[in-house]
Structures are given as structure tokens and as C-alpha cells.
Design a binder for this molecule. Structure first.
Ligand code: NI
Length: 255
């Protein structure tokens, strides 16, 4: 069984078939999905999904795209939801200097504040980083206290930086891009990540893996991500599934 460690099943694009899709996961080899929030409304939707379905766990947090909508009141709401039983992380949070949808200073401020919240709640973080590899790492390192940990979702950085995250106790999650023909670095990372720190994800409905590129992504396609990693590491998909499921459960403290 595989776990999709990152999917946005709360999004509108799943309105028509969400229930059917979630109920069909188990028979298709997906035991659980971690559903992170991207802003306050989607965080609340994620929590509701996790309370409605046994196989969904939620994270709450505000994505760097929406950082400029945040204030201390947002932190209070996230904190209240962060105490719910099936909320297993703060995320997704981080820096996005590719789109720059929020000013960079605002992104930094609320990334830091949400890391502090994660420490307060004793939860791991789910990190989004785009075109901000080094600064994301530096900010995470500055918050490291031997207790805070998390996952870099859909990791797109170098092998060298990946090793630095491993030293800090972080996990590396790979998604659809590892299946793309021209994705040289993700493939190198897939081979080099220590097996006990690897997670797999889809980031549904985004980043659809081959051979479904161009279609809506779904948790079922995590199998294609795992299959590519298995091929690159010369392992079986079952071995990848076992390791990544154990890792996901360990990181998010799931039973
Ligand atoms: Ni995401």
C-alpha cells in the first residue's frame, strides 16, 4: 500500500467525484492521503475532510501565495485547528519567489511565524519552496531546535542541499516531476535520498506524472511516482511503498 503524502482533495476540481475517489483509494492500493491547506478556507476544508474520512489526514497552514492575507488572527485560527486529532502538520508553508504572489518580506514573516506555531503545537511542517532553495533552507535551519522537523514537498533542489536537509532531520518528498523525461535533478535526488527519509506524493490536482501529463492529477497516480523511483533505485515498487509508508507514518505520527 502507498501513501500519497500531499494532495489537495479539497479543491473545486474534485467537487464532482471527491467522495467516490476517496472511497476507491483503498481498493486501488492507496492507504492514506495527507491533505494540506493552502489558505484559511482550504485548511478548514482539509480538516473537515479528515473528520469525514478515515483515510484522510489534514495539515493546516497558509501557502506563500496567500501570505499577504495573514495576520495574527489567522495564526489563532490555525492554532485552534492544529489541536484537532487528525491534523498532523502545519502546511503548506514556505517561500515562492517564482510567482511572487505575495511580497517577499511578507512571505518570510509568515513562514517564520508558522514555523513557530508548529513548534508550539509540536507538529512537523510541510514546506513549499520555489526559486528560493537556499533561503528556505536558511530559514528552516534558523528555526531548528532539535525538535522541529518536516518534509520538503515536491523537492526540486540539488542533491547537495537535499543532504543538508537530511542532516537537519528533514524528509524529502518527490512527486510527478520525477517521471518527466527532462527532469535530471529530481531523478538524481531520487537515487540519492536515504531510503528512510523518502516520501512520495502527487500534489493533486497539480503536477500530474507521466503518462497522464495534461490531465487532472489524482492520488492513484502516486503509483507512477513510486514506480519511477523504484526503477531509478533498482528496487521493487513494493519496497518503495513499504519504506515511504513507514516514513510518512513516522514523520506525521500516524498509527
Ligand atoms: Ni501543494
Amino acid at each position: 500500500m502507498l501513501i500519497d503524502s500531499h494532495a489537495h482533495l479539497d479543491e473545486d476540481r474534485f467537487d464532482k467525484d471527491r467522495d467516490k475517489l476517496i472511497k476507491s483509494l483503498n481498493e486501488n492500493g492507496i492507504s492514506m492521503v495527507i491533505n494540506p491547506g493552502a489558505d484559511l478556507p482550504s485548511s478548514i476544508k482539509s480538516v473537515k475532510l479528515s473528520e469525514q474520512y478515515d483515510n484522510i489526514y489534514a495539515a493546516v497552514g497558509v501557502h506563500p501565495h496567500s501570505a499577504d492575507e495573514m495576520d495574527e488572527g489567522t495564526i489563532e485560527v490555525l492554532k485552534a485547528f492544529g489541536n484537532r486529532e487528525k491534523v498532523v502538520a502545519i502546511g503548506e508553508i514556505g517561500l515562492d519567489f517564482y510567482y511572487d504572489n505575495s511580497p517577499r518580506d511578507i512571505q518570510r514573516k509568515w513562514f517564520k511565524r508558522q514555523m513557530e506555531l508548529a513548534k508550539e503545537l509540536n507538529l512537523p511542517i510541510i514546506v513549499h519552496s520555489r526559486e528560493a532553495d537556499q533561503e528556505t533552507f536558511d530559514m528552516i535551519k534558523a528555526q531548528s531546535d532539535g525538535n522541529l522537523t518536516g518534509v520538503i514537498h515536491c523537492y526540486s533542489g540539488s542533491v547537495e542541499l537535499m543532504k543538508e536537509y537530511i542532516k537537519l532531520g528533514y524528509y524529502i518528498s518527490l512527486g510527478g516531476p520525477v517521471t518527466f523525461k527532462n527532469a535530471k535533478t529530481p531523478k538524481e535526488v531520487a537515487k540519492a535520498v536515504p531510503l528512510d527519509r523518502l516520501l512520495v506524493e502527487t500534489d493533486s490536482p497539480y503536477l500530474t506524472p507521466e503518462p497522464y501529463r495534461g490531465k487532472r492529477n489524482e492520488p492513484l497516480y502516486v503509483r507512477h511516482v513510486a514506480a519511477m523511483i523504484a526503477e531509478l533505485r533498482e528496487m521493487t515498487i513494493e519496497e518503495i511503498a513499504r519504506a515511504t509508508s513507514e516514513n510518512t507514518k513516522r514523520l506525521f505520527n500516524l498509527r
